[in-house]
Unconditional design. Structure first.
Lengths: 221, 221
DNA sequence: TCTTTTCTTTTTGTATACAAAATTGCGACA
DNA sequence: TGTCGCAATTTTGTATACAAAAAGAAAAGA
C-alpha cells in the first residue's frame, strides 16, 4: 500500500493515523462505538485498510486524551464510567463550562454573538423537525461557539475535550422530539444570560443548564 | 534487543514507550529540554537505546497532551508560547486552580490536610537550604496534594496537565533563595485560606496566588 | 552574481516481521 | 466433576525495512 498522506479528493491532507483517529472519535461521539467496547488493533487495521502502525498511533493518542482507556489486562476500550465517575466528570465539566460562560460574557463581540445565535437557530430547526443527529451536531456547534467566544483556545480545548468524553452519555438523553425542544428552550435562556454581559449571571445560568443536563444524563444511563 | 516490558530492578514494569514519555516529560518539566527545541526521532531512539517505534508513540502521546507541538513542516518541538499565549494559558489555569481550591476547601479530610501540610513542610525545608530542584519537586507535590483534596481525579488531571505545560516557564522564576522563600510564604497563606473551609475565601486566595505567580513568570520569560 | 533546476540527503509515515506475555482451551489427574 | 498444568493461540510491544515527501546542496544557466 502506498504512503497514506496522499492528496485526497476532498482536499484534506491527513495522514492515515489522523484519519483513523478522526473516524474513531466520530463513531464514539455518535454512540456508534459504545462505552466499554473493545477496540481490536488488527480488526481496525483491516477495517481501514491499513497496518497496525497507524491504528496504534490513533489509539495511543485517543488514550492520552482519555477517550479510550487501556484495560488492565488486554486491549483498549472505549472509556466507560460508573455513576460516581460520571458525576465527577460532570462536576469538572460544570466548572469549565461556567468559567467559559463567565469569560465569554465579558468578551462578546459581534462575531461571536452571531455565531452563537446562528448555532441556536440551527438547534431550534433540528428540534422542530425532530432530527436527533442533526440536533446533536447543532448542539455541539452551539457550545463550541460559546467556547470560542471566550477568546481563549486553551480553555476552549478543555471544554471541548470534556464534551467529547461525555458525548456518548449525553447523547442518550435525546430520545423524543420533546427532549430536543426542551434543550433548545434551555439554550434560549442561556443565550439571554450570556448576552446580558453580566458575568455572574452568565456563569450561574450555565451552571443551572449543566445541572439539568447532568440529571437527565444520569437518568438516561 | 529484547522486548522492553521487562522486569526491572526498580520493580517498575513500564514499556519502553512509557519510559521514554516519562523521561521526556521530566526533562521538559525541569527545563532540561527548552521550549522550541526540536526532538529528533532517531536521535532520541539512539539516546534511549530503542527503535523509532516507541519514541514515536511517546512523542505522539505528548503531542496529544499539548506538551509538544508538531511543526508546520518538519519535526516535533517542545511547545513554545508567546506572551499572549502564555497569558491565555494562565487564564485557563487560574480558573481550574480556583475551582480546585474551592472544591478542596469543601471536602477537606484529615488525610488531605496532612498531605498538604507535609508538602508545605518540604517546600519550606527546600526553600531554606535554597535547593532549587528540590523546591520544584516539593512545590509540585504541594499543588498536587490540593488537587487530590478535591476528591475529583478528572479536575485534578486537568490541573496537573496545565502545571506540566507551564512547568518550564514557571521554573524560570525560581532563581534565588529569596524567590523560594517568597513562594513558600505565599503557600502558607493559601493553606490558611483553604483550611478555613470557606470556599469563596479559598478560591479568592488561590486566584491571588496564581496572579502573583503569573506576573513573576511573565517577568522571567 | 543571482536564479533556477536537479540531485542528494533527511525526515516522515507505514508495512511487515518477530519475540515476549498473556489468554485460552484442552487434557490429565485427583 | 473439579482443578491443575501445559500447549496452542492471541495479543502486545518493538525492530527493521522501505517508499514518499520535504529540505538542503550542488550545478547549470542567465
Amino acid at each position: 500500500m502506498l504512503k497514506s498522506a496522499t492528496n485526497r479528493a476532498d482536499g484534506q491532507r491527513h495522514s492515515m493515523a489522523q484519519r483513523i483517529e478522526r473516524a474513531l472519535l466520530d463513531e464514539i461521539g455518535t454512540g456508534d462505538l459504545r462505552p466499554g467496547q473493545r477496540l481490536d488493533e488488527v480488526g481496525l487495521a483491516r477495517r481501514f485498510g491499513a497496518s497496525r502502525t497507524p491504528v496504534r498511533e490513533a489509539l495511543s493518542r485517543l488514550t492520552a486524551q482519555g477517550i479510550l482507556v487501556q484495560g488492565e489486562r488486554r486491549g483498549v476500550f472505549v472509556a466507560e464510567y460508573s455513576r460516581e465517575e460520571l458525576s465527577q466528570i460532570f462536576e469538572a465539566m460544570h466548572e469549565i463550562e461556567a468559567a467559559c460562560a463567565r469569560i465569554a460574557s465579558q468578551r462578546l463581540t459581534l462575531l461571536s454573538r452571531s455565531e452563537i445565535e446562528a448555532a441556536q437557530v440551527a438547534c431550534v430547526a433540528a428540534a422542530e423537525i425532530g432530527d436527533r443527529s442533526q440536533y446533536l451536531r447543532a448542539n455541539e456547534s452551539f457550545h463550541l461557539a460559546i467556547y470560542r467566544a471566550t477568546g481563549n483556545p486553551y480553555i476552549a480545548e478543555i471544554a471541548s475535550e470534556f464534551r467529547r468524553r461525555t458525548g456518548p452519555f449525553r447523547a442518550k438523553k435525546f430520545e423524543t422530539r420533546d427532549d430536543l425542544l426542551a434543550s433548545a428552550r434551555s439554550h434560549a435562556e442561556l443565550i439571554n444570560d450570556i448576552f446580558s454581559e453580566d458575568s455572574a449571571t452568565a456563569s450561574r445560568s450555565m451552571r443551572s443548564h449543566m445541572t439539568a443536563s447532568f440529571l437527565e444524563t444520569l437518568r438516561a444511563n
